[in-house]
Write a protein that binds this ligand. Structure first.
Ligand code: AHM
Ligand code: MG
Length: 335
């Protein structure tokens, strides 16, 4: 009975009652989901309203911004500034932390990548938004970068919106992972994927294979062994996928298992890798661990990396537990 499903707002209120919390968190989550619905709407209207193409600017990372990168960032900043529950926000698209002046003292910090995988916009392939919520630490100016430099284990909540063949919002508050699908006619997210779990084993991996010549030995060994198939040391055939949208890759892994790798390699090593720790890797690591998977740099649990900069990059290996453990073991054997 579709009408018997619960909405994301119901879910948040049930969590609020269970945790006997004040409702502040529920209201800030409502702002995020409104922002995600608005971004979803803009992604869907696409070329009809001129939303494709480049904005003609670069972000702090020196990357060309797409029109939708800029629009999604503006939507996130505006919607999440309104109820005053955040003290400050940080975005992939903004160099500096943005303080929020609200009606009362904000106790939370919001980090986000407003439109991840934006190289896929113009070719109409899935993109997403990623967010991470931290508490304002005691005695630290919330609008300083220092307030944000907390390891992933300190996250209060994390999630992503996937703008795919349907729009979904996947969320963890540290009590499992739950997926909600947007009903466009009703304008609400409904719980469709309660308690998402990642199978421990998989025969599917995701990596940008065009970078193989730059890989370190443990990654090369892992991929070579997968590609050797039934005749190789793994004794089974593997499948490979690469969407170039981390949100879509993580979602596939949550639904049917798999392993995703964006390692540091000889070419990106100086920067520390490609993906950003604070608003890409950490929220995805929290979600993956809450779903029973693992997330590592290859040498350390991802969520224990002590950040030193807001836009810091990090190697990312996440997904099905037994595969991530194997890749971590290959790194240990090699080092
Ligand atoms: P973005 O935030 O600039 O979109 O970059 C992050 C994206 C990830 O979604 C994806 O996993 C990766 O970059 C794709 O990289 P590549 O271009 O090497 O395929
Ligand atoms: Mg990104």
């Amino acid at each position: 009975m579709p009408y018997k499903r619960i909405t994301l707002t119901h879910f948040l209120l049930q969590e609020q009652r269970r945790l006997k919390s004040s409702g502040v968190f529920t209201s800030l989550m409502n702002d995020i989901l409104t922002a995600c619905k608005m971004v979803s709407h803009e992604v869907n209207r696409g070329a009809l309203v001129g939303n494709h193409g480049v904005a003609g600017s670069e972000n702090i990372q020196g990357e060309e911004q797409k029109k939708l990168d800029v629009l999604a960032n503006d939507i996130f900043i505006h919607m999440n500034s309104q109820c005053g529950t955040y003290a400050a926000m940080a975005s992939e698209e903004l160099e500096e932390v943005q303080a929020v002046t609200g009606t009362h003292e904000g106790r939370y910090l919001l980090l986000f990548d407003p439109l991840d995988g934006s190289s896929n916009i113009d070719v109409n392939i899935s993109v997403g938004s990623i967010f991470s919520i931290l508490r304002v630490p005691e005695g630290v100016d919330p609008s300083s970068q220092d307030a944000f430099l907390q390891p992933g284990v300190k996250q209060v909540a994390a999630g992503y919106a996937l703008y795919g063949s349907s729009t979904m919002l996947v969320l963890t508050t540290g009590n499992g992972v739950h997926g909600f699908t947007l009903d466009r006619d009703v304008g609400m997210f409904f719980l469709t994927h309660p308690h998402m779990t990642i199978p421990a084993d998989t025969t599917e991996y995701a990596i940008n294979g065009s970078r193989a010549r730059h890989w370190e030995a443990p990654i090369k060994r892992y991929v070579d062994e997968c590609n050797a198939g039934k005749e190789g040391p793994r004794g089974k055939d593997f499948n490979m996928r690469w969407v170039a949208s981390m949100v879509a890759e993580v979602h596939r892994i949550l639904v049917r298992g798999g392993v995703f790798m964006y390692p540091a390699d000889a070419e990106n090593m100086k920067k520390g890798g490609k993906l950003r720790l604070m608003y890409e890797a950490n929220p995805m690591a929290f979600i993956v661990e809450q779903a029973g998977g693992l997330a590592s740099t290859g040498r350390q649990r991802l969520m224990e990396v002590a950040p030193s900069a807001l836009h810091q990059r990090v190697p990312v290996i996440l997904g099905s537990r037994n595969e991530v453990e194997r890749i971590v073991a290959y790194h240990a054997e090699h080092d």
